[in-house]
Design a protein around this ligand. Structure first.
Ligand code: LCS
Length: 393
């Protein structure tokens, strides 16, 4: 079916479908590492690119292809490259686009490991980086150097919920001949489409809301152009961080309900944010759907809805935060996000522990910051759990 003109939820169900020989209603799992060639000549044609037949699962596989096609359609991109994790996507992008002597500008509050590997590892290969508050376009402009090749942003950022202007960033990056890369994990393709706003490449940790059921780890890169797609796919194949067909099947299954899951989680988050904002023990809260969010207007313009991630601090600081985390009964004390279950965690000592103390402070990842990933349970039950936990905090 041609789903190009269909609505988003129809694309979630039908885009990427395979025409398999038995008329299967769902995408079958092609759990094979290799594919038979019809003849020696056909094998050679597959390798030379004259034929697009399958060769070997690290290079391509029908189940993985179906997922890649579907996400590329949802993001209005040229093509998708599924990988073994969100961090694999980050590393394929760094490896494909940056060489010794190049410089990258990035959001200071990106997911901790995306920053830690750049500052602790890529620096050994001569790649320079500058981490800044990308909510301020003037700061970005100032951070650019003649050798800046990549502007790498995350919006909303993990875990500060800072929102960066994607279209504004695209303008700056392109003026300097650099590429704009967007980590779109927090939004999923349902809430934000960075390529439509001028980004060149985006990626997702599919471990989060795209799969949505906390039962796989995966990632995907989507590029706007064929040229960039080929470069990134070539790097993924060489690094060998492909997704597994069974994993891809699980994601395709989870993806079907992305729209209704995100709608429900957002509805819950909106209620929880209002509850927290009015609670005497809450010192501050950052949620894109609250007017108190510093980039509220930009969020409303750039995102289709406010999403399910909330950050907040307690009047009783980190000691109070620990008590809250130890006393919740329904919410799980666990990292990750975007699943059907509500999670609570402490970024400074957990997801962002590998970022330097100064880096964390400058990015606003303070010791009192609690990150709350809202699930699809009943909002009243989540609020009751928070209320009883906050009494002890
Ligand atoms: N980008 C963002 C924004 C993320 O939140 C994560 C993981 C990644 C990339 C990496 O994806 P992964 O390799 O884990 O699939 N975020 C996590 C988090 O906040 N808690 O645990 C993992």
């Amino acid at each position: 079916m041609n789903t190009k003109k269909s609505g988003f939820n129809t694309k979630l169900i039908h885009a990427g479908e395979l025409d398999d020989q038995f008329g299967s209603a769902t995408v079958p799992i092609y759990q094979t590492s290799t594919f038979k060639f019809e003849s020696a000549e056909e094998g050679a044609r597959c390798f030379s690119g004259e034929s697009n037949g399958y060769i070997y699962t690290r290079i391509g596989n029908p189940t993985i292809d179906a997922l890649e096609r579907q996400i590329a359609i949802l993001e209005n991109g040229f093509g998708g490259i599924a990988v073994s994790s969100g961090m694999a996507a980050v590393n394929v992008i760094y490896q494909a686009l940056l060489a010794s002597g190049d410089h990258m500008v990035s959001t200071d509050a990106v997911y901790g490991p995306s920053r830690a590997i750049m500052e602790n590892h890529y620096v050994k290969y001569g790649v320079q980086s500058t981490y800044i508050n990308t909510t301020d376009l003037a700061e970005i402009e100032k951070a650019f150097k003649p050798n800046t090749k990549v502007l790498f942003i995350e919006t909303p950022a993990n875990p500060t919920m800072d929102i960066t202007d994607i279209a504004g960033c695209a303008e700056i990056a392109h003026k300097h001949g650099a590429l704009l890369i967007v980590d779109n994990t927090f939004c999923s393709p349902y809430l934000q489409n960075p390529l439509d706003l001028g980004a060149d490449i985006l990626f997702h940790s599919m471990t989060k809301s795209i799969n949505g059921h906390a039962d796989i780890v995966g990632g995907i890169i989507v590029s706007k152009t064929e040229e960039m797609y080929k470069k990134l796919r070539g790097m993924m194949i060489s690094l060998g961080c492909n997704m597994d067909p069974h994993q891809a099947y699980m994601v395709i299954r989870g993806l079907k309900t992305l729209g209704i899951r995100v709608d429900r989680a957002t509805e819950n988050a909106e209620k929880i944010a209002v509850f927290l904002e009015n609670h005497p023990k809450i010192a501050w809260i950052k949620y894109p759907g609250l007017k108190s969010h510093p980039q509220y207007e930009l969020g409303q313009r750039q995102m289709k809805a406010s999403g399910s991630m909330i950050s907040f601090g307690l009047t009783t600081g980190f000691e109070g935060a620990k008590k809250l985390m130890d006393n919740v009964q329904l919410c799980l004390l666990a990292v990750s996000l975007g699943g059907v279950e509500t999670l609570i965690q402490h970024p400074a000592s957990m997801t962002h522990s590998k970022v330097s103390k100064e880096g964390k402070l400058k990015a606003g990842i303070t010791d009192d910051l609690i990150r709350f990933a809202v699930g699809i349970e009943d909002a009243e039950d989540i609020i009751d759990d928070l209320r009883q936990g906050l009494e002890k905090a």
